[in-house]
Design a protein around this ligand. Structure first.
Ligand SMILES: [Zn+2]
Length: 726
């Protein structure tokens, strides 16, 4: 949600649809899609039986096997065995955790289809809050529950679920995430406190699934072994299951694509970058002159335009400027607003340079033109007029540079050649193209669509649901639609994706993976490679950076170290392994208990909320009410004077809210986005987002910013309809 709400709640219940009854009519569990098991009931492969064996014996197991080998099916086998083998009169209860919504969706469908014929009840809950349903009720009434892990963490924290003893089996998908403060680890902290505390209640069996346990920062096999032991300790695992007896069979199913690194050249000269850099230097100089005190930020010399580092720096300056204070409030307002505008413009220029580096200059220029168009449509004060004029003075030159064929991006030329060649050899090729940023996804899609020589490509887009800087992520139905189309061989034959799309989503039968200026850690690499499922698949790494190619080589070394470490650990006898794991668990618990932090105490002092852009007073925290746990409104007629409404471009209904309009700061020349206006039951109320405001302590005058409501510890009062009628 981008509008004044923290993560709207999502609940999905898995209905058993009649058309799903016969697995043979469907591709089956997506991980198993392959010619020899398309008939129901599915026949497990030998290596799948091998992987399931320790878990069937009741051991806590980390199952480590390549992406695409059917780990989901292995977990179905374990789950089936577990539920069927309970002594008469007793019942098992399984929970399956999935981190990401698309994965959650896939698993929920697979489990429903598989277990309906045995008469087991399967249900799922996802989303940050489960307002309208009782999690407890769903867990009580179902044999298998699919959850995103935060739901269980919340339910354990608020007492709705008293203990993990309600479950008899817990399965963690992508279990290498069980570290630090990840919800997986928070669940396992409960488990381990329970176990090490000597509680008599039984604990569930624990199964972890992963393509790669990772090695952390390990440089040697010994260090990597310790890293893996720590993961096993976190999951209380006593066995690491890998395929050892049926390697040949596995290799026939999971084909490792040929990996090709290709160094490409950047443009030799770059007039576009020179002009934009000049505009950025000017904007920085103007910003520096606004205020003597804040000018110091802009004196630091060693920043490079067009880098992710510059982005981080400018965001930090932007934040620092919004909480700047002066005795003269009008002056403060003027300075804050001017710096807000300069830093916003600098960010856009920086984005444009990143786009032009990996895509076409034209794309970068269009991105800026769209931004300046929006600026004109909004408040358009003196500072903005000045900045716009400076841009427009250069516009013609920028247009000319962008149109000049000699400025074509040589990287795109290489990409074009690879695509041409592969589709010529194999017209039914299916490609996934990974890029760094959301803006690049759009730029490359346009480049393909506008290039007649690439008319054989039908591009689709896949990005995460996350709330990023400007572009909002893809919604769940949209993601599903794209994945379905890609799978069904229908609309798309190339999918352009950002990194968020690369963990665990099952996209069958893609035979060309292109990593375009893209690099990740070892876990990422193995999973990305797993995408190239089909035979004769290839994986290209395209980069202008020698460092990236080096890093990729380093990742391959890490993978070797990891495999060697697992082999060595598997030679240990079980007692030795369990002792090591137990020792680590005790040490970690000691550390955890000593660091235990008390819950933040809500600050009862009344505070002021000021507009985050112009610093005009907006409301007091005492007038704020919480609606449905995660939405924040403001009472009183006085507040209604301080904002203006504009019709929402995408009105929609979610939960009990009907989104009707966006609200903006009413102060002339400000128009800062404050949130949305909604219909809630019979009320029409504003819903504000805290990131749009600066919080000022009334007595001390100290100002703070919070990007999320949950980080702002003030005394929360619940929305009460009776207050509205008075
Ligand atoms: Zn304002």
């Amino acid at each position: 949600e981008d509008d004044g709400t923290e993560m709207a709640s999502i609940q999905i219940f898995i209905q058993e649809e009649p058309e799903c009854q016969n697995l043979s009519q469907n591709p089956g569990p997506p991980s198993e899609a392959s010619p020899n098991n398309s008939h129901s009931p599915l026949k497990p492969r030998n290596y799948q039986l091998e992987l399931a064996l320790p878990a069937k014996k009741g051991k806590n197991t980390v199952i480590c096997a390549p992406t695409g080998c059917g780990k989901t099916f292995v977990s179905l086998l374990i789950c089936e065995h577990h539920l069927k083998n309970f002594p008469h009169g007793q019942k098992g209860k399984v929970v399956f955790f999935a981190n990401q919504i698309p994965v959650y969706e896939q698993q929920a469908t697979v489990f429903s289809r598989y277990f309906e014929r045995f008469g087991y009840n399967v249900a799922g809950i996802s989303g940050a809050t489960a307002d309208n349903v009782s999690v407890q009720h769903i867990i009580e009434n179902n044999d298998i529950v699919i959850l995103t892990p935060q739901i269980l963490v919340n339910s354990l924290n608020n007492g709705a679920i008293p203990s993990l003893s309600v479950f008899t089996l817990m399965i963690f998908d992508e279990c290498h995430n069980t570290s630090k403060h990840h919800p997986y680890n928070q669940i396992m902290f409960r488990y381990l406190d329970h176990k090490l505390g000597g509680s008599p209640d039984p604990l569930p069996q624990v199964i972890g699934l992963t393509a790669s346990v990772g090695v952390g920062d390990a440089k040697t096999v010994e260090e990597a072994m310790l890293h893996i032991c720590k993961l096993c300790a976190a999951l209380d695992a006593s066995v690491i299951a890998t395929v050892r007896d049926n390697v040949e069979e596995l290799e026939q199913v999971v084909y490792k694509p040929q990996k090709i690194s290709r160094k490409v050249e950047s443009r030799a000269s770059n007039t576009f970058k020179c002009i934009i850099s000049q505009l950025m230097r000017e904007a920085e100089r103007l910003a520096k002159n606004v205020s003597e005190e804040l000018g110091k930020f802009f004196q630091i010399q060693n920043r490079e335009f067009g880098t992710q580092k510059y982005e981080q720096w400018i965001v930090a300056v932007h934040k620092a400027c919004t909480v700047f204070q002066m005795p003269d409030k009008d002056e403060e307002s003027r300075i804050c607003k001017a710096l807000f505008l300069y830093t916003s413009h600098l960010r856009k220029y920086n984005d444009a340079l990143i786009i032009s580096e990996d895509a076409q200059m034209k794309d970068a220029l269009n991105y800026l033109k769209a931004f300046f168009h929006d600026v004109r449509e909004a408040a358009f004060d003196e500072t903005e007029q000045d900045l716009t004029r400076r841009f427009e003075e250069k516009l013609e030159e920028l247009e000319n540079v962008s149109r000049d064929p000699s400025n074509e991006n040589p990287k795109l030329r290489d990409l074009y050649l690879i695509l041409q060649e592969e589709y010529h050899l194999k017209p039914e090729t299916k490609t996934i193209l990974f890029v760094k940023t959301r803006a690049l996804v759009d730029a490359l899609k346009k480049w393909i669509e506008e290039n007649p020589a690439l008319s054989f490509l039908k591009p689709g887009i896949l990005t995460g649901r996350g709330r990023t800087n400007q572009a909002t992520g893809m919604t769940l139905p949209a993601q599903k639609c794209v994945l379905e189309a890609f799978r069904a061989n229908a609309d798309n034959n190339i999918l352009i994706a950002t990194s968020v799309a690369d963990e665990g989503i099952d996209i069958a039968q893609c035979n060309l993976v292109i990593l375009y200026e893209y690099v990740g850690n070892v876990i990422k690499m193995i999973q990305t490679r797993g995408r190239g499922r089909a035979r004769d698949s290839k994986c290209f790494l395209l980069t202008s950076s020698a460092d990236v190619i080096e890093k990729e080589k380093a990742n391959m070394v890490k993978e070797k170290i990891m495999n060697e470490s697992i082999l060595r650990l598997q030679t240990w006898d079980e007692v030795k392994f369990q002792k090591t794991v137990h020792r680590i668990q005790l040490d970690e618990k000691l550390l955890r208990d000593s660091q235990h932090k008390p819950q933040p105490v809500p600050d009862r002092e009344n505070k002021k909320l000021l507009c985050g852009k112009c610093k005009t007073f907006a409301c007091y925290t005492a007038d704020i009410r919480v609606v449905e746990k995660s939405h924040y409104t403001v009472l009183g007629d006085a507040f209604k004077e301080r904002f203006v409404c504009k019709p929402h471009p995408k009105p929609k209904i979610y939960d009990s809210f009907e989104k009707k309009a966006k609200i903006f700061c009413a102060k002339q020349n400000c128009s800062h986005d404050w949130g949305i206006f909604v219909r809630y039951k019979t009320f029409e109320i504003p819903v504000i987002k805290i990131e749009s405001f600066v919080v000022e302590d009334i007595e001390s005058g100290v100002q703070n910013r919070h990007s999320k409501w949950k980080d702002f510890h003030f005394e929360r009062k619940q929305f009460n309809p009776e207050e509205m009628s008075t």
